[in-house]
Design a protein. Structure first.
Length: 242
């Protein structure tokens, strides 16, 4: 019985991860096709909806572009959207999260669905209005799920900001990273960073990001290091006995 429950829980966990991966793939697909004007429409739409979710203390949630993060042609990879809690009575502003484009689009869809459902249930007796606190909780949960998905897939880096398909494996001196295919193609006609335009004096003036070792490789490396240390400790004793 206990084994059966464990298997069921494990299966549910795998299904949840698979669902999140599918959602992540859809989000990437949306990112590649979205225009800046469409993004601004999403931003205006979610701010309009969130204004309807003010709590009793006068708190509401706003979404705003962090200054300077959308100023390049590769804005989809660099843009950051600030999640701001505002109090209309004190005019106090508090930034609690910075979202990338993928996270923002996921949260927009979730909040949009929640608010529509809440509006449809508005006439029922057990209806609970969505408040600023609930919106912030959704933001927190979604961003934490995004981190968990990255960890479970072994991918803690964002996608390449040029193609949004491959993992960044090249870092320039300015510390901006890209996949090698995109940066090599860019460097054919340009000798600058695609994002900040810092000049690259040498085509070799970049670093390759090595893949993270898997658990087996890590265990073997640790075992090898321990054996080497033990051998070094035994050698002096052998010399003294001779």
């Amino acid at each position: 019985m206990g084994q059966s429950e464990s298997i069921n829980k494990l299966t549910e966990g795998v299904d949840t991860i698979q669902e999140e991966i599918v959602k992540h793939a859809k989000a990437i697909s949306e990112i590649t096709s979205i225009s800046y004007e469409e993004f601004l429409q999403h931003l205006f739409h979610i701010n309009t909806l969130s204004q309807q979710c003010m709590d009793a203390d006068g708190n509401q949630v706003l979404f705003a572009i962090k200054k300077g993060t959308d100023s390049t042609v590769f804005w989809k990879g660099t843009i950051r959207i600030a999640v701001i809690r505002k109090n209309i009575h004190s005019s106090a502003l508090e930034t609690s999260k910075l979202l990338n484009l993928s996270q923002f689009l996921k949260i927009v869809k979730t909040l949009d669905d929640m608010i529509k459902i809440s509006q449809d249930q508005g006439s029922t007796s057990d209806h609970k209005p969505i408040t600023a606190s609930i919106l912030m909780e959704v933001v927190n949960v979604k961003t934490e799920n995004d981190k968990a998905l990255s960890c479970s897939s072994g991918d803690s880096n964002d996608s390449c900001v040029i193609c949004f398909e491959h993992k960044p494996d090249i870092v320039l001196p300015c510390m901006h990273s890209f996949c090698h295919k995109c940066i090599d193609s860019w460097n054919v006609n340009h000798k600058t960073c695609p994002i900040c335009r810092e000049e690259m004096l040498d085509s070799n003036d970049k670093w390759i990001i090595s893949d993270r070792p898997d658990e087996l490789e890590l265990s073997e490396q640790i075992a090898s290091t321990l054996m080497s240390v033990m051998d070094e400790e035994e050698d002096p004793d052998q010399d003294e006995s001779i």
